[in-house]
Write a protein that binds this ligand. Sequence first.
Ligand code: ADP
Length: 356
Amino acid sequence: MVILSKYDIAAEILLDNTPDSTIIVNDDGTIVYANQMTLQIFGYTRDELTGQSIGTLIPSRFHHVHGDFMASFFKNGRSRSMGKGRSLFARRKDATEFSVEISLSPINTKFGKLVICSIRDVSEQIKTQNALTRSNTELEQFAYVASHDLQEPLRVVASFSQLLGKRYHGKFDKDADDFIDFIIQGAIRMQNLINDLLSYSRLGSKERTHNRIDFNDILQEVVENLQFLIRDNHVKISYDNLPSLKVSATQMIQLFQNLISNAIKFHSNTTPIVTITAKQQDNEYLFSVTDNGIGIEPQYYERIFILFKRLNTNPEFTGTGIGLTLCKKIVELHGGKIWVESSPEKGSTFYFTLLV
Ligand code: ADP
């Protein structure tokens, strides 16, 4: 209250018009100022809030944690945000609760040490996220069940058409032989697609316990797995000084295997050169896989990450178009992002981030 009278009009207008709830507390956790949005969100009048403990706005089951946190924040606090990636709750006057993200900024004023708390109501965002996760899970279950159940009848079609081809080749006419070949090729292609779909839907978030893994070891294993492809195409592959991070080793192997085999598969006329780097940026590592291959036109940068989307129908480039979709899912399961930058005919760099 005392502080409020010392604020000039402009500052108060500014605070009252910010879209987030802004509260100023002193070093014993007493609210000295609450902006208009705070009153609207929490259902109090300004007089009711000013002079109250900040604990009024926090569900009582968190009071003990909060008390300790505030004490240590005042002692050595720097600006920080809370609530990203985990649930924080606030309590309205009518005792209902909602999810929030909070950022705290300590300031030294002539009235002593104060903390500006910016509180954002994220309950709608969380509801949408939960609905999305639910529908994603349902979709994955559907893809799993459908692809799993399709395997058996397809196996029958594939094996009997192959038998037909073997036993009756040349016994009808040329057209009949061609038709049987088309059926066999179609069935084999569908088996490949279904197997890919199965591995995509199996790649869940089940693997929750991640160990610290050295990426140099992961690359060594990938190079070993791809040794024939590397040798046959005379590929020059280089990487060094890669970090150790808490990740799923199997998924990282899958990720690099897909990116590196694409880098080799889509090579140009020159000897394929593939370079892998990683550098730290704040709380994440930026990895890159660069090739000197055929490149990708900018209009396809996003499309290539969609399930079964391929740019080349040239039979020289085998594949079903699932590789990059798997890569995207793996990176996202680890809280990162993946994208491509490329110059057609010069080469491409696939970038992805992983949390430290
Ligand atoms: P697939 O390799 O089975 O076709 P992907 O999902 O791995 O499927 O890739 C999708 C498409 O993206 C490829 O068909 C290709 O057109 C393009 N692509 C992927 N990686 C590269 C690359 N390194 N250089 C050029 N094009 C690429």
